[in-house]
Design a protein around this ligand. Structure first.
Ligand SMILES: *Cc1c(COP(=O)(O)O)cnc(C)c1O
Length: 227
């Protein structure tokens, strides 16, 4: 398993580099976030051994059980929360994660600001945009993005560095990536977290600075646990 994870990481990095060069971008400007959700610590360990340092997790509880053991040996490990954050987990999330990619509603933004002040730790924040305006999906509607970003930055003082999106599963992703890029551009935000196993080369072509890749590195997840 460790060998295949190392191989999949190398292949993914190469595919990112190819997509970047094709778009006249520097491959170093695109970071790979390995999404290890549902996979055990041995999968993370194999990825670490292969040199991977950025990881993404969907659930606070799962991350809490999986990463602390690796922090001491790998101080450069960077952990990203890419799943929905409940307000009762905000304090724990601030302690665990280096980046919170799913700031998606005013109440959460308020809690993050208050708890960051209390805890004294300030993980970078990305605003999740619901580019497809899907009712069941988290994220700020595109039309409300500018106002929400300004509120997070100016009133609440959150360290907002970029945007993330998860395009609708049944649509071509390119228009969603382009929309995210445009919202980031006009708000002067540098980080774009977009692209997953099925579409990360397209995301890189459209300006992604971070891609979130799970299946292509760690293999398939049990169907019940994919969310
Ligand atoms: C699971 C997940 C990913 C990784 O998806 P794959 O298709 O397995 O690469 C990326 N982003 C988010 C938000 C996820 O929940």
């Amino acid at each position: 398993m460790a060998d295949s994870i190392a191989e999949h990481i190398a292949d993914t990095i190469e595919a990112i580099a190819r997509a970047a060069r094709d778009a006249d971008r520097d491959p170093a400007d695109v970071k790979l976030i390995a999404v290890a959700k549902t996979h055990g610590p041995e999968a993370v360990e194999a990825a670490l051994a292969a040199g991977q340092r950025r990881f993404g997790e969907n659930r606070v509880q799962e991350a809490a059980g999986k990463y602390p053991q690796f922090r001491a040996a790998h101080p450069d490990l960077e952990l990203h929360l890419i799943g929905p954050l409940q307000t009762n987990k905000v304090r724990q999330a601030i302690g665990l994660f280096d980046v919170i990619q799913t700031v998606d509603r005013p109440k959460l933004a308020e809690m993050l600001a208050a708890e960051m002040a209390a805890v004294g730790r300030r993980p970078r924040c990305l605003i999740q945009i619901n580019t497809g305006e899907e009712p069941q999906k988290a994220g700020i509607a595109p039309a409300e993005a500018d106002g929400f970003i300004a509120d997070c930055r100016d009133r609440l003082g959150l360290p907002v560095t970029g945007l993330m999106c998860i395009p609708p599963a049944d649509e071509p992703p390119a228009p969603h990536f382009a929309l995210l890029r445009e919202i980031a551009r006009r708000n002067n935000l540098a980080e774009l977290s977009m692209g997953m196993s099925a579409d990360f080369p397209i995301a890189v072509a459209l300006g992604a600075t971070a891609v979130r890749v799970g299946t292509a590195i760690f293999g398939h997840r049990p169907p019940a646990a994919t969310a």
